[in-house]
Design a binder for this molecule. Structure first.
Ligand SMILES: Cc1cc2nc3c(=O)[nH]c(=O)nc-3n(C[C@H](O)[C@H](O)[C@H](O)COP(=O)(O)OP(=O)(O)OC[C@H]3O[C@@H](n4cnc5c(N)ncnc54)[C@H](O)[C@@H]3O)c2cc1C
Length: 277
């Protein structure tokens, strides 16, 4: 199928894009890499009357860093992260995750903020950025605000983005030199969405430890018990296993069947093992 007819506009600035979006209310959608939105339009799941193309806005391609953070513009692509074309605050975690995300053709155009805005539960960036303690900067008609990536998605394909708001950038704290991470994506075939996804980050020097599950029938799931266990100085493998099991027991709103639960356990435990190895 082909997409229904639509108007297309390419604004010259973020301010113009925000104004256009505000004027057009729910008739308009921004398009970044188009890797998901165009497929949805071709399948007639989405039918915006106006597409506002933000992919080439210089503000959204900018990358800055200070001593503590890297700030990636919203339209930085998965491939730019994979290829090291932007600074890596994560000591290899983000390039590693990017390299396993979809296929190269999709990575060439798909963007970090497009992935966050879509809030597909099985996507890489929501889980990875939650584990790293990142935050988005969101620009609306009246003001700017910051939203933690861990609280950005509110459900399956649902976010806290308000009417007329565009994600401008993502601020990612830099990991210390001796920080460790673990990353496990379980999928039937490389390039496909995850069946289970676990990210563990332990930056003991900065006091930041977090274990997160993606592909968990909802927004990224922070495993509180596993995080606590990994934060202990004596990181006993059996304690990590028991903690992850307790987290899955506590996640009563996620409705995992036995097979899914088993996959999530395997992913979480292996990611934590990578940290303590
Ligand atoms: C075959 C296939 C396999 C894939 N596999 C994976 C995978 O394994 N893992 C994975 O994570 N992803 C996967 N994807 C999705 C891919 O990563 C997309 O790049 C991503 O989901 C959306 O990014 P985009 O820039 O293309 O967004 P678009 O398609 O342009 O937009 C998606 C949505 O986000 C909104 N949006 C985009 N940018 C912004 C912004 N700055 N502010 C506010 N709203 C915005 C749009 O309005 C739209 O609603 C796959 C896609 C395909 C087609």
């Amino acid at each position: 199928m082909k997409a229904p007819a639509f108007e297309y506009v390419r604004p010259q600035s973020l301010a113009e894009a925000v104004a256009l979006l505000a004027q057009s209310s729910d008739e308009a959608r921004v398009i970044a890499g188009g890797q998901t939105l165009l497929a949805m339009m071709n399948l007639r799941i989405a039918a915006p009357a106006l597409l506002i193309d933000i992919a080439r806005l210089p503000e959204l391609a900018a990358t800055t860093e200070d001593d503590d953070n890297v700030i990636l513009g919203a339209c930085i692509t998965h491939a730019m992260i994979e290829d090291g074309q932007v600074p890596d605050p994560s000591r290899g975690l983000m390039p590693h995750a990017a390299a396993g995300l979809a296929y190269r053709a999709i990575r060439n155009r798909g963007t970090i903020a497009g992935s966050l805005a879509l809030a597909d539960p099985a996507a890489e960036w929501p889980a990875v950025l939650t584990a790293l303690g990142a935050a988005t900067s969101v620009c609306g008609p009246q003001s700017r605000r910051s939203l933690d990536c861990g609280q950005f998605a509110t459900g399956i394909f649902e976010t806290r983005l308000g009417e007329g708001e565009i994600i401008e950038s993502v601020r990612i704290p830099k990991l210390s030199a001796d920080a460790r991470w673990g990353y496990i994506k379980l999928t039937r075939k490389s390039g496909e969405f995850a069946n289970a996804l676990a990210v563990a980050v332990a930056d003991y020097r900065r006091g930041h430890v977090r274990v997160v599950l993606g592909a968990a029938n909802g927004p990224p799931l922070i495993l509180a018990e596993a995080t606590r266990a990994l934060a202990e100085t004596e990181r006993d493998p059996e304690a990590l296993h028991a903690a992850a099991a307790a987290d899955l027991d506590n996640a009563t709103d996620r409705h995992f069947d036995d097979f899914q639960r088993n996959l999530h356990m395997i992913a979480a435990v292996r990611a934590m093992q990578q940290v303590i190895a």
